[in-house]
Design a protein around this ligand. Structure first.
Ligand code: DAH
Length: 341
């Protein structure tokens, strides 16, 4: 008899229902009126008195164990029907989504800028972050005493000859003209470095995309149309641009480009400080001195160049007010760009 009881205990322990209905069947077979437990209790009546104690204890164990196991299985089946094998085989169940990462907003915007210009025939050029004075300043027509060369702005690695972290991606213009002859049409994305105090609107590391187009008969009108096309693609069809005269050593004439504020539509709000306009880039016609420094005949060829800050474009596009968010890698911030672009 003891074997019978132990065998039942083992069956209870090993019982794995394939469907919820099997649990109830099992309960009836075991604990029901005509179930196996009651049969054992019948037999128990005839057992010799000296055996009763041990057998009685074992029967009680079987009973509690069986009730406990059946209750547990029923609660599990009610809470998660999928836990049983039958549910797991249900091929119509919706799949569980794996959480995929998102691209960084700076990468999203940089890729979009590159993509828009690639539709106009631009290819991508890149260059080193550690540069020399020639590629960052001299070949771009910066006079020797120009303030941008100052220790205030530039991170120098070595002095005389100067090795430094590039302060702008215009250095890639120079590297491109060095080994490519016109027609040249490139966009140059990259990271740049300036010795600035970190605040909501400035950082010592940021990203730029530079553009350069050199060919015969390239005019300011071409520049304006290209920038207008870019602005509409980036900020929407209703976007307008305006150009203000400016100065850069490497372009003549030079301009700064504003786009109509995409938040208020040009009416004036606190993002555009009531002006209706937001500055997005510098640009101009490549200074003949720059072409000549790179052995391009400035009588035959003309060109335009432009440069924009990726963080700035991303801030305007996504309404981000603090530049530092781009560098903190806070998942709560980055997660919001999961479905963008
Ligand atoms: N290099 C400039 C800067 O970092 C941006 C710039 C302005 C680039 C005008 C250009 C340009 O190519 O034509 O502020």
């Amino acid at each position: 008899m003891i074997e019978k009881i132990n065998d039942l205990i083992r069956r209870v322990e090993e019982f794995k229902p394939k469907a919820a209905a099997e649990i109830e069947e099992f309960r009836i077979r075991l604990l029901g009126k005509k179930g196996e437990l009651n049969q054992i209790l019948e037999e128990f009546k005839t057992v010799a008195p000296e055996m009763k104690r041990e057998l009685g204890q074992q029967i009680n164990r079987l009973k509690t164990l069986a009730q406990q196991r059946i209750n547990d299985l029923k609660t599990a089946a009610a809470a998660e029907p999928a836990a049983t094998e039958q549910a797991a085989e249900d091929l119509t169940r919706p799949g569980s989504n794996d959480k995929i990462g998102s691209r960084h907003p700076i990468s999203l915007v940089r890729n979009q800028i590159v993509e828009i210009f690639s539709r106009m025939g631009y290819t991508v050029a890149e260059g080193p972050e550690i540069e020399d004075d020639w590629h960052v300043f001299s070949a771009l027509n910066f006079p020797p005493e120009h303030p941008a060369r100052d220790m205030q702005d530039t991170f120098f690695i070595e002095k005389n000859p100067d090795i430094l972290l590039r302060t702008h991606t215009s250095s890639i213009q120079v590297r491109t003209m060095e080994h490519q002859k016109p027609p040249i049409r490139v966009v140059c994305p990259g990271r740049v470095f300036r010795n600035e105090a970190i605040s909501y609107r400035a950082h010592c590391i940021f990203h730029q995309v530079e553009g350069l187009y050199v060919d015969e008969n390239v005019s300011f009108a071409d520049l304006k149309q290209s920038i207008l096309y870019f602005a509409k693609e980036m900020f929407g069809e209703q976007t307008r641009i305006r150009m203000r005269p400016s100065y850069f050593p490497f372009t003549e004439p030079s301009a700064e480009v504003d786009v109509s504020c995409n938040l208020c539509g040009g009416k004036g709000c606190n993002v555009c400080k009531g002006t209706g306009w937001l500055e997005i880039m510098g640009c101009g016609m490549v200074d003949p001195n720059v072409l000549e420094a790179n052995h391009i005949d400035s009588k035959k060829y003309t060109g335009f160049a432009f440069g924009m800050g990726v963080e700035r474009i991303a801030m305007l596009k996504f309404g981000v007010r603090d530049l530092r968010l781009y560098f903190e890698n806070d998942v709560r911030f980055l997660d919001q760009f999961n479905s963008v672009l």
